[in-house]
Design a protein around this ligand. Structure first.
Ligand SMILES: [Zn+2]
Length: 334
């Protein structure tokens, strides 16, 4: 287990928050720093996940919340380096197929997930604990603090289906803190079933700033039915896309050109990923790469905001910052 001879470095994946605008003032959220970085083994391979933090661009706004991607949170659990898909699969193999730890380790290694029997046991325990999760005292405290600091919770729901199982593991999270609030195995993903697991959380009575999920129809219907007033992400901003197409076309070319010029950062990423020792310069470089990646994820909202123009402005700002940083370094070494 100790020697991981990788021919290829692990692919890095960057995520930005699904929420694009400040819930308080409506200002745009802009990149500030990576919230966390973590290597996660999933059934689809091993990835280095970087969850990018964004906050309100408006200096006079009182909202200093750092928003992060719910999708990135959904990939795994705190302190666990395996994906939710692996955890759900282990639960399925143990609960439904009654496989032993060593059988499960073998099945997973056939899928190129490196795991020991001990880790299988640990993940199985986490899975069992997850399904028993209820409001615990420490969770209450976390949620109360979130409400105090940020004015409300941001909830996300995601379903993971182990490949052969006929049940889906639904996990509900509070996104700002990364806390898992509930997890249930559902045989059906119909709206009624989903309401059954979302409603109890709404009944806790905390104010909710938003609800985030993928486009799954039944989830959208469930939320519309029980919480029509809570902003739901992923249904907005689709209206204006068709307007202003010619301008958007030119802007896209600008973005493509900038992206081409920034291709070299993959090389720098590889060097950092392969470097055995992490020194300060590499830390700084990887922070800059995260900043550049965040810019490249910029979609803008044409026609109001043009992604290419945005990318141009932001990459220039990063360039200035790097130059300043190099100047400082020059000063201190002389
Ligand atoms: Zn704001």
């Amino acid at each position: 287990m100790r020697t991981k001879n990788r021919l290829n470095p692990i692919e890095s994946k960057y995520f930005r928050p699904e929420i694009t605008n400040c819930p308080e003032c409506g200002g745009k959220l802009i990149y500030c720093h990576p919230v966390w970085r973590k290597t996660i083994s999933t059934l689809k391979g091993e990835f280095k996940i970087i969850n990018l933090g964004y906050r309100c661009e408006n200096n006079s706004c009182s909202n200093d919340t750092v928003y992060r991607s719910a999708e990135a949170e959904q990939l795994s659990m705190k302190h666990i380096t395996y994906g939710m898909d692996v955890i759900a699969y282990i639960g399925y193999l143990r609960f439904k197929e009654h496989k032993t730890r060593s059988e499960i380790a073998t099945i997973l290694s056939e899928k190129e997930v490196k795991i020991s029997e001990r880790q299988v046991q640990k993940l199985y325990e986490r899975y069992a604990l997850l399904l028993r999760a209820s409001v615990k005292e420490n969770m209450k405290e976390t949620l109360e603090n979130i409400v105090k600091e940020h004015g409300g919770l941001v909830l996300s729901i995601d379903g993971v289906q182990p490949e052969k199982g006929n049940e889906t593991l639904y996990v509900i999270r509070e996104v700002l803190s990364g806390t898992i609030l509930a997890a249930h195995n559902l045989k059906s993903s119909a709206s009624q079933e989903l309401i059954g697991i979302i409603q109890p959380i709404l009944d806790w009575g905390y104010p909710i700033q938003g609800f985030i999920s993928d486009g799954q129809q039944s989830i959208r219907l469930a939320i519309e039915q029980i919480a029509p007033d809570i902003p739901y992400q992923y249904c907005q901003f689709h209206y204006f896309k068709d307007i202003a197409k010619p301008l958007v076309e030119k802007d896209r070319k600008l973005k493509t050109n900038i992206k081409k010029k920034l291709r070299g950062i993959r090389e720098v990423e590889r060097k950092i990923e392969n470097s055995p020792s992490k020194n300060i310069e590499e830390e700084v470089a990887s922070d800059y790469i995260a900043a550049i990646r965040s810019v490249l994820l910029e979609d803008g909202k044409p026609p109001f905001e043009l992604p290419g123009t945005c990318v141009f402005e932001r990459t220039n700002a990063i360039k200035d910052s790097i130059e300043k940083c190099l100047d400082k370094k020059g000063d201190s070494s002389t």
